[in-house]
Ligand binder design. Structure first.
Ligand code: CP3
Length: 364
């Protein structure tokens, strides 16, 4: 893999490997680090007072579209928590708009797509030539990258083809993915053409983000756990793999994330993604074995553990760090996003616990 200029190229055996470069990016590449890097899925959001203040005056989409605001939200969250990486403040659904689909976030209901894509004709009319409209995300990344320089890793992101297709077809979140699977099984050609269009748009979108200074791209396949293994292989894997490879060609590592994926992990790893996200439903070492040690892993604290007493939280955090056994390539994170109401001080405490944990005591 060719690396972009912001990633120092070092031989694995170099004596100064521990100190050169940002520890988050180093961990993505399975290089040794001085301490385990940590960041949180949804680290900027409603659980944080500063974010709620800004949300009083702006909608979610307004924040995303104003680079100054998106950068401020991103930077404030990362600095307040003391994490090793900043994920750009944006939303998974933003690419739907230039493809020709309107959506909105309804309070308490999550995203709603007004005209769900359910027919061959609806897929045919989706546009793939307006991705440049998403340049506001790139402008926000430039501001965040300018602020942090090399101190923190800057994460750009997009949805995986399967997960985004499911939003487009269902018209929002879903429990059973009936319409999605109906198209997948009933009109496979249309399904494939939808994924093809998504790969075109998402590749260009990631390109914008990498050019603006994203060090790493995370691909969210949040709802891929709704698929059985055979269906993942037949209907989702190939498009994800194409996207992973296209992003790696841009010179940055890829984190491929999903939830409820225990049975899918070896196949998700086969996409070639550098880092695989692990949810909390199996111990980290078990998940890492399934992924294979040739990949880095990210995870895997149950986000609701952040509501537990500090002693319990600390036990859980240490369990995860011990399970990683000091092996290069572990990024500490949650198994899914921080939920509203999470005590900020507990999130900060986890950062301290991870940073204070000494790798040489990993077996103690
Ligand atoms: O620090 C961060 O991680 C924030 C940036 C971010 C947002 N959305 C902002 C946001 C990221 C990385 C996302 C990704 C995203 N969006 C995903 C994948 C991540 C995952 O959790 O699996 C998904 C599935 C979406 C779609 C989406 N957007 C949902 C399901 C919701 C929840 C709706 C709700 O009311 O809870 C959103 C809204 C959203 N996106 C919020 C934030 C901070 C919360 C609400 C708000 O400010 O109104």
């Amino acid at each position: 893999m060719e690396l972009s200029p912001n990633i120092p190229v070092l031989p694995q055996t170099s004596p100064d490997t521990i100190l050169v470069g940002n520890r988050f990016i180093r961990a993505c590449l399975r290089r040794p680090v001085d301490r385990t890097p940590v960041w949180f899925l949804r680290q900027a959001g409603r659980y944080m007072q500063e974010y709620r203040e800004i949300r009083k005056f702006h909608t979610l989409v307004e924040i995303c579209k104003q680079p100054e605001l998106a950068a401020e939200v991103t930077i404030t969250a990362a600095e307040k928590l003391g994490v090793d990486a900043a994920i750009i403040f944006a939303d998974l659904l933003l690419p739907l708009e230039p493809m020709g689909l309107d959506f909105e976030f309804q309070t308490g209901e999550g995203p709603v797509v007004h005209h769900p894509v359910r027919t061959a004709e609806a897929v045919r009319t989706l546009r793939t030539d307006r991705t440049a409209d998403l340049a506001y995300v790139a402008r926000a990344i430039e501001k965040v990258a300018g602020h942090f320089r090399d101190r923190l890793g800057i994460i750009g992101f997009c949805g995986a083809p399967y997960t985004l297709a499911s939003y487009m077809i269902e018209g929002g979140g879903s429990k059973n993915y009936i319409h999605t699977k109906q198209m997948m099984f009933g009109d496979t050609a249309t399904w494939r053409s939808l994924l093809d269009k998504l790969v075109v748009v998402l590749t260009e979108y990631c390109q914008l983000q990498v050019q603006a200074g994203a060090d790493v791209i995370q691909i969210f396949d949040s709802w891929v756990g709704s698929l059985g293994l055979a269906d993942y292989r037949d209907y989702a894997f190939e498009a994800s793999q194409r996207l992973v490879r296209a992003v790696q060609q841009m010179g940055v590592p890829v984190i491929y994330f999903g939830v409820d994926t225990a049975g899918l992990l070896p196949d998700m790893a086969a996409t070639g993604a550098d880092v695989i996200g692990l949810d909390w439903r199996q111990p980290l070492d078990q998940g890492w074995r399934a992924v294979g040690h040739a990949h880095a892993v990210q995870g895997n604290l149950d986000p609701i553990t952040l509501f537990a007493p500090l002693e319990v939280l600390e036990l859980r955090v240490k369990e995860i760090l011990r399970a990683a056994q000091g092996r290069p390539g572990h990024i500490f994170n949650l198994g899914h996003g921080i939920v509203p109401g999470t005590p900020v001080e507990n999130v900060q405490a986890v950062v301290r616990m991870v940073h204070e944990f000494r790798l040489e005591t990993a077996h103690a």
